[in-house]
Design a protein around this ligand. Structure first.
Ligand code: URA
Length: 239
């Protein structure tokens, strides 16, 4: 999604009958209010989520949305699909058609999925440099052994992308169950890492992304992220 930040004078010309050149006078007359405060400069940045009033009339009022969903198996991480139920079909949010998905999960993977209408936020969360941790609970067809821990820590070469995976932390929970923490999200990464040992992933669940947890959200349920969660994930991204 393109960033939709622009200068106040340009915003006024694009969203009212006034010209950009009129903005200075409108500001001096305190006729423009941005996010509850009188506008102060023609260069003031207006984002797609700024609330803007001109002479008391609303020029823009779009709410930023940040949702967390516990994705069930068999639901596709897409906004439209002819074959499967999509994650959007699970939501009851009135503005759900504005949303895009931040970091997909495979059809049969369950767990934590983020959705937003804020493209700049989604890009920040998804950037490889953000190094946000993603934790997966994995059930395997074959026993998982201590050898995996060292191989995953050192990284696995993916010929298709010509990359070696970043050091990953594997905790063995039981013979067939493990918890894997990654700081990146390559295509089918978890399945391909266990594929290195010819060990098929039978069930995969994303339990966390950075500081975010599902905490009480049942499969198929969603909610808005809290202010505390938004602050926490932003600060982890910018470490
Ligand atoms: N890795 C996978 O292989 N699948 C997912 O859905 C997520 C990570």
């Amino acid at each position: 999604m393109k960033s939709t930040t622009c200068r106040l004078d340009r915003f006024v010309s694009q969203n009212s009958l006034f010209k950009a050149a009129d903005a200075r006078l409108l500001i001096a007359q305190k006729r423009i209010v941005v996010d509850g405060q009188p506008a102060h400069s023609i260069q003031q940045k207006i984002t797609q989520f700024s609330h803007v009033l001109l002479d008391g009339q609303c020029l823009q009022d779009k709410q930023a949305l940040y949702l967390i969903l516990n994705k069930p198996k068999g639901v596709v991480s897409a906004t439209k699909d002819l074959q499967h139920i999509t994650v959007l079909d699970l939501l009851e949010h009135p503005q759900k058609h504005q949303l895009h998905i931040v970091g997909r999960l495979d059809l049969n993977t369950t767990g934590l999925l983020l959705l937003s209408n804020d493209g700049a936020w989604s890009r920040k969360i998804s950037l490889p440099e953000s190094k946000l941790t993603k934790t997966y609970e994995v059930r395997l067809a074959q026993p998982v052994t201590a050898e995996y821990v060292e191989v995953f820590r050192q990284g696995i070469y993916f010929a298709y992308e010509d990359i070696t995976t970043q050091p990953a932390c594997l905790e063995i929970l039981s013979t067939y169950n493990a918890r894997l923490t990654l700081t990146e999200g390559k295509y089918h990464q978890v399945k391909r890492m266990f594929g290195f040992f010819q060990n098929e992933v039978l069930a995969l669940h994303r339990a966390s992304v950075g500081p975010l947890r599902l905490e009480g959200l049942q499969l198929g349920q969603s909610r808005s992220l809290t202010e505390e969660e938004l602050t926490a994930i932003e600060s982890e991204c910018c470490r």
